[in-house]
Design a binder for this molecule. Sequence first.
Ligand SMILES: Cc1cc2nc3c(=O)[nH]c(=O)nc-3n(C[C@H](O)[C@H](O)[C@H](O)COP(=O)(O)OP(=O)(O)OC[C@H]3O[C@@H](n4cnc5c(N)ncnc54)[C@H](O)[C@@H]3O)c2cc1C
Length: 435
Amino acid sequence: MSQQVVLCWLRRDLRLDDNAALYHALKSGFPVVPVFVFDTNILNDLTDKHDRRVTFIYEVIEELQTELIKHKSSLDVFHGTPAAAFNHWISKYKVHAVYTNRDYEPYATERDTSVAGHLKEKGVEFFSYKDQVILDRNEVLKDNGNPYTIFTPYSRQWNNRLTAFHLKQYPVKKYLNKLHHQSKISLPSLTQLGFKEGEKHFPSKSLKESLIRHYDKTRDFPAINGTSRLGIHLRFGTISIRKLMQHALEWNETYAKELVWREFYQMIIWHFPHVVTQSFKKEYDKIAWRNNEKEFERWCTGTTGYPIVDAGMRELNTTGYMHNRVRMITASFLTKHLLIDWRWGEAYFAEKLLDYDLAANNGGWQWAAGSGCDAAPYFRVFNPTLQMQKFDKDLQYVRKWVPEFESPDYPLPVVSHEEARKRALEVYSKALKHS
Ligand SMILES: Cc1cc2nc3c(=O)[nH]c(=O)nc-3n(C[C@H](O)[C@H](O)[C@H](O)COP(=O)(O)OP(=O)(O)OC[C@H]3O[C@@H](n4cnc5c(N)ncnc54)[C@H](O)[C@@H]3O)c2cc1C
């Protein structure tokens, strides 16, 4: 333990190329030990012990390990809390500094502040970098220095701020000879982590050029394979946003804009962490939600009697994916038609979505409920039947997921659209009038 090293703490950046923190660590002049924590603060909250996201991460960690071994190095993986992990690593290695990429979620920012403070007491520096987004924190602000809360001016300013430098990739591969050489450190098994292997069919991370080039024309139709399905890879950093954005800007403006929505919500959660538990517009927390548990159950199981809603929920329950258009319809249906608190739906999606991301999910739910920063006006209530006629005209998507549709086995609608719409408008306007 005579040699000083630096640690590169991987989290939502599970790749060895174009990785900001890894690049800076490799250029630090000290040998680099890549480390990863299977964080019990997060894992213990997952009720499904076959959680596919844990299987996904585990698979990626195994791939990273194989790659690192080729470089005579090893990933050092700890199962426990981050605090315990760093106590362990500090006693094991002579640690000069820790390098990591920033995460904007409230749990992560508190965790990092606490770890950085603890390391400082031990004389170890903590460096964090932007990697998950193209522009972060205070890089896109209004002229008065406040964060944007409306997407269109945010995205305009985002475009003004963007330079070629922001898209430049970090040439990490060139410096992998700076990794700390040591023999392989065994990973804890999935069973030791308290999980079993979930179904392993994950979307590919390859960039489909022709699909993205047609994205603006195909993205709204759930029966078409017209979106990139890169959500899980962006969530865990198995692809680089710089590389993706560079292609997106060249291939399809609408697609690039969706990636900017992702940055917008990341920055909303960073600047306004209260959105995790409260409505962005506080007056929306006065809504008298009905929160009927039986109706919630019908929504979860895809038996509301509204085929497009049911198809979406069944797709989610079966595959861990739901098309964006249908996410909007199902979320609107839960909050407006059933008057169930958006937090119930948000939590259900968080449990099921393979691409679950706190910032995007919270943003999407608050958008649908009307309570969000740049939400649809509350009086705009999606009509699920019209949505189906418009976006699934041939009923291809609905028939795939709801085969009993149009048969006597299919349930009657849980509420009538017109009555539910009227009720939603009354309840919302009552809450907002008194605010
Ligand atoms: C109620 C609701 C919940 C949502 N929950 C999530 C979530 O947990 N995780 C998540 O990544 N996205 C979420 N979204 C946004 C969007 O539905 C998904 O990003 C998209 O459907 C993922 O499929 P894709 O990878 O094929 O996306 P594509 O359409 O190919 O888009 C490419 C990428 O852009 C980003 N993106 C696209 N649309 C949005 C958006 N509106 N907001 C933020 N980022 C976006 C995603 O990273 C996505 O992978 C939610 C939307 C709604 C309405």
